[in-house]
Each structure stands twice: as C-alpha cells, then as structure tokens.
Ligand binder design. Structure first.
Ligand code: AHR
Length: 503
C-alpha cells in the first residue's frame, strides 16, 4: 500500500493553540480521590497530592485542565468545597451516585494545577444553580480583594486571585441525564445572563457555551443554533463532546471514527458561522472540544443499582493498542482543524477513562493512549499546522464507507527547524509505504517513532505497564526532498525531520 503527502510551509492551516492539549478532572469515580489526591498514599506530598501522578501529568504534556465536571457540576455547590476542611459538608453526589466529602474543591484544584504547570478551566453549575452562584464564584476566584467573596478566598489562604481565564457555562445541558436539563432557548438565555454577570465581574474571562452532548443527539445542530442565537455576543466558544468505542467485532469502523469527529467539527463550524451571519456579528465563535476520548460506554451498567460509596471504581477502561491508534488519529483530526478548534480536553486524566492509572496505596502507570497524546503534545505544541492532503488506498468500513488507510498531518516549527509528521496506518494487515514530498524545506535528519503491537488488544496493566510503548524504528530515509518510511499495520507514527539533530 502506498500513501503520499506533500509538505509545503506556505500552506498553513493555523498555529497550534497550546490549549489543544487539555485534560479533564471530574469528581467521578477515582479521578480526584485516589487519582490526583490520596493523602494516605506513602508518597503523598504535604497537600495530599500524589507526586507520581503529578510527574505523569507533566510528562503527558497537558496544558489546561477542565474541572469539576462534567455531569458532576450540574448538582455542585461550589461553596461546599472551600474553607476549613472540617466544616465542609458530606453530600449525596447524584450524577455518579457517590458520597462526596468535599475534601478537594476549587482552591485545592487550583493548587494542583499550579504544581502540574497547567491552566485551570472551571465549569459553573447551570443545572441546579444559576446567575448568582456563577458570578459569585468568578468573584471568589478572580477579584483581587475588598469584597466579601474575595476576602473569603484570602481567609482561605489564597491572597492572590486565581485568575481563571476560561469558564464553561454548565455541562451538556441538552442531555436527559443532566441534572437541571434545559431546552435550547432556556439554556441559551441562562448562558447569556450568567455569562453577562460573570463578565461584569471580570471582563477578561473567556466563556464556553454548551453545544450538544454528542453529534448523535436528536437536537444536534438546532441546539447549537438556538443556543447561540441567545448568547452569541457573550460567549467565545461552543463545546463539543465525543466518545468512541468499538462496536461488536467491527475494528475497521472503530479505526475510522475520526471521520465522525471531522464531520462533527465541520458541522459545528458551519452552525457558528450561520448564526454569526444572522446576528450580524464581526466576531467568530471558536470550538472547545472539551471532552473527547475512547470510552466503552456500553459497559457502564445501571448506576442506580449501585450502593452509595465514596470514590467508587467507575468507568476504569483499560485501553488497547487499537484504542491508542484511534486516540492518535483523533489528535490528527483536532490538529487539522486548528483554525477553529482552540481548546480540546482528553477526558479524563486519571483512572476514569484516563491515560494515567493508579492503584490505591500503589503505583501509577501509563495506559496505551498516554503515548500518542504525550508525543503529539511534545512535538506539535507551538508549531503551525500545515495542509498536507494525504492520499492512500481506502478501507471499506461498515459504518463510514470507504475510508483512507492513511490519516496524517504535519506541524512546522520554523524557529527550531523541525517538522513533525503524525501519521496513522489504519490497515490491520498491511504496512503502508509513506512517501512525502518536501517543498522549500532543507531538513537532512529523520527520526521515526512508531506505536504498534502484534495484538490490537494489547494493553498496559499494573503488572505489565510497558507492554505497549513507542519505539524508534530504522528504515526511514530522505533522498532529494523526498522522504520514505514504512508505517507498520495498525500503527500511530511520529516522523521528525530536523535541520540539526540533537537526539
Ligand atoms: O466524562 C464523563 C462524562 O461524559 C461527563 O461527566 C459528561 O459531561 C459526559 O457525558
């Protein structure tokens, strides 16, 4: 199989926004408790955080972290999570049927983000609460001093404002499962009024309105249009959420699911631009893909049958090589849309559908999906995405029809003199011979890293944490502005071309 693409620095899509490499930390299962925070862990720091998870979060290269939900936020009273620990209430947490003791709240999470070196992104509750709680939280976090809320933060030990820039106006408000679900017009009005009050407190903040909770929702498209009609002038982004899983034995369709993400993004861009025309705005709304991943949702089971528990083991999916290749292909899709997708959050960070796993009182390790994310974040950040127009034979899939075997994009770092090509071979049986034509680029050194394994179902576990790992491969070569490399069957690949090698 032959796949081809052309790289020309003149054909730029857009600079890569660092916020494309975001994550999501929800009070869900063991993401927070025994994930980022476990005060009884033998290695816990003085704040109760796990240093092994902090190290892995830094290695993953995440840039922004969304918190505290997700579905959790729609029943959350942020006031429960600030102030002296012994005064914090224990609550029934209805989204994930858990007991929430509020040991971690806004201030602790901000402290964790500072330690991790990432930007916090907070969601306000527009399910059971509204304008008042939202503007009060912005004041608590961002107002310098001299008001009841800002002085409360200072008394709680944070003399400097948290300076949170990005705020989500609720979460998945179209979903029947959401506490305080609303119609599009109800939500759009509330988002406009809450957002207006929040920006009156701090005009520098950026706001994300809830788009549909998925492309398959019956109101998808009309939801975005109606919501934006109500709040276009107040918000800066609209959210997209997508989770993919392999149905039955249909691996080929699963490997092609980036086609769905691609179409999803195109549709939301069109809807935003349609509303822009209707409201006569001179400003574009960008996209915040603030939940995406592989998630075996069909295994979730009936939450209502569970006993009430503190941080239960929920949705702890163990990822395979095939899942990692899919995650790599979804990252390629996000990069290809870097002109409009400005924020993206891999959901989630630890234990719950996560690249990082922990054992309570035990070790932490990298799931398979950790690797394409970490390498893409490391080698795409601060570059410019180029249009490369890949061509290749196609694979017939039951779900998406004929889909190219090759998915690829390239990121150019002018100052470093480095080009990173990200490429997936979706064929499970055949290698793909990649040929790249380089225009106006003199990059004599090449390094090829691949993520593959003999078995698509190979996983990393506590006992075998390094079964699926990226490795350097020989064989890629350059001759007169042409690059040749072999992409193994079912593989995610990073090919780096540099002016002066330092590896
Ligand atoms: O990430 C898990 C859940 O998926 C989130 O809480 C919700 O927003 C989405 O449905």
């Amino acid at each position: 199989m032959l796949g081809q693409l052309t790289v020309d620095p003149a054909f730029a899509v857009a600079p890569v926004d660092p916020r494309l490499f975001g994550t999501f930390v929800e009070h869900l299962g063991r993401c927070v408790y025994t994930g980022i925070y476990e005060p009884t862990h033998p290695s816990a720091d003085r704040h109760g955080f796990r240093p092994d998870v902090l190290d892995l979060a830094r290695e993953l290269g995440i840039t922004i972290a969304r918190y505290p939900g997700g579905n959790f936020v729609s029943g959350y009273d942020w006031e429960d999570g600030v102030g002296p620990l012994e005064e914090r209430p224990t609550r029934l947490e209805l989204a994930w049927r858990s007991i929430e003791r509020n040991e971690i709240g806004t201030d602790e999470f901000i402290r964790w983000t500072r330690l991790a070196g990432v930007e916090p992104m907070l969601a306000v509750n527009l399910g059971t609460r509204g304008v008042d709680a939202a503007r009060a939280l912005v004041e608590y976090c961002n107002h310098r001093r001299g008001t009841a809320r800002s002085e409360q933060r200072i008394r709680n030990g944070h003399s400097e404002p948290h300076a949170i820039r990005v705020w989500c106006l609720g979460n998945e408000m179209d979903g029947p499962w959401q506490i305080g679900r609303k119609t599009a017009v109800e939500y759009g009005r509330l988002a406009a009024e809450a957002g207006k009050a929040m920006k009156l407190v701090d005009p520098t903040i950026e706001l994300v309105a809830c788009g549909s909770s998925g492309r398959s929702m019956p109101t998808f498209g009309t939801w975005e249009a109606s919501v934006l009609q109500e709040c276009y002038d107040v918000v800066d982004y609209v959210s997209l959420h997508a989770y993919y899983e392999q149905a039955d034995d249909d691996l080929d369709s699963f490997l092609a699911c980036a086609r769905d993400m691609d179409a999803f993004i195109d549709s939301v861009v069109s809807t935003c631009d349609h509303v822009r025309a209707c409201v006569r705005s001179d400003r574009s709304i960008n996209l915040s893909f603030d939940e995406w991943n592989v998630w075996y949702q069909s295994q979730l089971g009936d939450l209502t049958r569970r006993e009430w528990e503190q941080h239960p083991r929920l949705i702890e999916n163990v990822y395979t090589l095939a899942d990692a290749v899919v995650v790599g292909s979804l990252l390629i899709t996000l990069l290809r849309h870097a002109d409009r997708v400005r924020i993206a959050c891999l959901a989630q960070l630890v234990n719950a559908i996560a690249p990082i796993m922990t054992e309570t009182s035990g070790p932490a390790w990298r799931q398979t999906i950790f690797h394409p994310f970490a390498l893409t974040a490391a080698h795409a950040r601060d570059g410019v995405v180029l249009r490369v127009e890949p061509t290749s034979p196609t694979i017939d899939t039951a779900r998406y029809g004929a889909v190219p075997a090759l998915a690829a994009t390239a990121v150019w770092h002018e100052e470093l003199g480095e080009l990173a090509i990200f490429a997936v071979n979706r064929s499970v049986s055949e290698p793909l011979e990649l040929r790249v034509t380089l225009r106006d680029l003199d990059l004599p050194a090449v390094q090829h890293t691949t993520l593959t394994a003999p078995d698509p179902r190979a996983t990393n576990t506590k006992e075998h944490p390094n079964r699926v790992e990226p490795r350097l491969v020989e064989g890629a070569y350059l001759e007169r502005q042409r690059l040749a490399a072999t992409l193994p069957p079912l593989s995610w690949n990073l090919i780096r071309l540099v002016r002066s090698p330092s590896w």
